[in-house]
Design a binder for this molecule. Structure first.
Ligand code: MRU
Length: 350
């Protein structure tokens, strides 16, 4: 699989996901503002991937700061972080990465500026490497939940492209495939950006994992026909009580899964858990432009002047979630205690 994002000399390059699968094209970012724009415009998307992009963007931003004192450097670096966190509001990995970079800079306040800048770049590389490693661990823990020969439904793209590599939900699917479980995947096409059709199907086909794409509104019918054994999705933010924000449409899939007694699993790294947020009602949901609904690429498909609502994410209450798969293991409801234990563990090992 091609890397989602990487350093390329002094620049950052990322696969332009708006153009996949018809074109595999690098998008170059020379400064932190380019990274913010790339995140806003969906050149790069997926919670962990935008976390990695933000970390690299902070490092590239740091390099361009010409400050006379460390205090002035850190003040400017914090301003860059403030701009970065607003690129997209729902995925908490973005803020997590910015805070980690800011913490590193502050902790090195007595070091020469060149050294701080070099360490920031290294930290962004570390965040990328850790993300891939965490996905592999999630895959290992989560594949145990997938029976041999199962048909797994997934929504959006929580694959290699949505992360540093390997994927969260698709990482679990990949791990089950690598174990020889002979699974197949149903991918919701995921309107309006079609991440399921364009990205998930593309990734799985590259790996030789059988995949069929469905229109989003076919999931209920197929579940009732007993064509789906389990659902697994990624997450953009998980509240302290286990409520999950993920791509719009996830909630209805979860409700349908519960109605049909089908397990609904969420795979996400600890960086997606926001313990400062008690429940999903407090998660900010990004509202995107109406043209994403009534246009198809450049083609207008709705009547001129039509109004459209375009929430990019929804919240699935914890009661619909059968288990959350993380790099530290699988937690079951009630999630509050399980999440607290995982985060305590993270703090001790961190
Ligand atoms: O709008 P997107 O494409 O950034 O939304 C992505 C999702 O909702 C993913 O499911 C989520 O970020 C998890 S990715 C491992």
């Amino acid at each position: 699989m091609i890397p989602t994002i990487e350093w390329h000399g002094q620049q950052i390059r990322m696969i332009d996901q708006r153009k996949l699968p018809s074109k595999i094209e690098w998008h170059i970012c020379k400064g932190y503002k380019d990274v913010i724009k790339a995140i806003e415009k969906m050149v790069i998307r997926g919670a962990p991937a935008i976390g990695v992009a933000a970390a690299m963007g902070m490092a590239i931003g740091a390099r361009a700061i010409h400050a006379k004192t460390t205090a002035a450097f850190i003040a400017r670096f914090k301003e860059i972080g403030e701009e970065m966190v607003h690129a997209r509001p729902t995925a908490v990995n973005l803020r997590w990465a910015v805070e980690r970079m800011r913490g590193l800079a502050e902790g090195m306040a007595d070091h020469p500026l060149d050294e701080i800048k070099a360490f920031l770049r290294q930290e962004s590389e570390k965040i990328l490497a850790e993300d891939i490693e965490n996905n592999r661990k999630m895959g290992m823990h989560g594949q145990g939940l997938i029976p041999k020969g199962a048909t797994v439904l997934t929504h959006c793209n929580a694959g290699s492209l949505a992360t540093g590599g390997y994927g969260t939900a698709l990482g679990v699917i990949r791990a089950a495939h690598e174990k020889g479980k002979k699974i197949q995947v149903i991918a919701d096409e995921t309107r309006p950006w079609l991440q399921g059709l364009r990205l998930t199907a593309f990734e799985l086909m590259e790996d030789g994992i059988p995949v069929s794409v469905i229109a989003d509104n076919a999931a209920g019918y197929l579940m009732r026909q007993k064509k789906v054994d389990l659902v697994i999705t990624g997450a953009d933010r998980i509240a302290a009580n286990g409520d999950v924000a993920n791509k719009i449409g996830t909630y209805q899939v979860a409700v349908l899964a519960k109605t049909h007694n089908i397990p609904f699993y969420v795979a996400a790294p600890l960086s997606t858990i926001d313990s400062t947020i008690k429940n999903g009602d407090m998660i900010p949901v990004e509202q995107r432009g109406p043209e994403e609904i009534y246009r198809f690429g450049k083609l207008q498909i709705g009547p001129s002047g039509v109004m459209a609502l375009n929430p990019a994410f929804d919240i699935t209450p914890a009661k619909y979630v059968s288990a959350i798969i993380t790099e530290k293991g699988v937690i079951r409801p009630p999630f509050k205690k399980g999440i607290e234990n995982l985060l305590d563990d993270r703090d001790l090992s961190g």
